[in-house]
Design a protein around this ligand. Structure first.
Ligand code: ATP
Ligand code: MG
Length: 147
């Protein structure tokens, strides 16, 4: 089904703002000459919530989480960028494996299933999920779909 990504994403940003830490700001911005996308909204929402939950959990108070959508006629890109603890370079290959937790998570709780679920949903949607990260600097996850 076709829908407008802007109100959809603004609603998610609002919901996730309520889950955030003290003075963590979730900022949504859209770019592109259109905002109409054709994708399963439930699977997409679940993926975005997982990524923003991680951004909240793995970054501190008084930080900003950038949530961006970019749409062209046949493509949707979603970026979730944080300035958190980052992921050690040596562990980037394991990110989407079930029960994976990086060694720098310390006492931050988690089961290591969120990203594995994102990967399964993204595969169902025939899209991709990629990550760039630097330890103690921050992390960006990108979802990419064509339609
Ligand atoms: P949960 O199953 O509750 O989501 P989790 O957050 O530990 O637990 P995933 O979401 O699958 O599991 O993430 C796997 C691991 O990847 C995390 O434990 C963490 O080490 C790392 N990670 C994921 N997102 C980030 C991020 N934004 N910043 C830093 N590390 C991250
Ligand atoms: Mg998680």
């Amino acid at each position: 089904i076709w829908f407008d990504i802007i109100p959809f994403a603004e609603e998610i940003a609002g919901e996730m703002q309520l889950m955030s830490k003290q003075n963590q700001l979730i900022v949504f911005e859209h770019s592109g000459n259109t905002a109409q996308v054709c994708i399963d909204p439930n699977l997409l929402k679940n993926c975005i919530i997982n990524l923003i939950s991680n951004a909240i959990k793995y970054s501190g108070e008084n930080t900003m989480i950038q949530f961006n959508s970019t749409v062209s006629e046949h493509e949707l890109i979603i970026d979730v960028k944080d300035n958190g603890i980052g992921i050690p370079a040596t562990e980037m290959n394991s990110l989407f494996e079930p029960f994976f937790r990086a060694h720098n998570t310390g006492d931050i709780p988690g089961t290591g299933l969120g990203l594995n679920i994102v990967k399964r949903y993204v595969d169902l949607m025939e899209g991709s999920c990629t990550c760039e990260s630097e330890q103690n600097v921050g992390t960006t996850f990108r979802l990419q779909f064509t339609f």
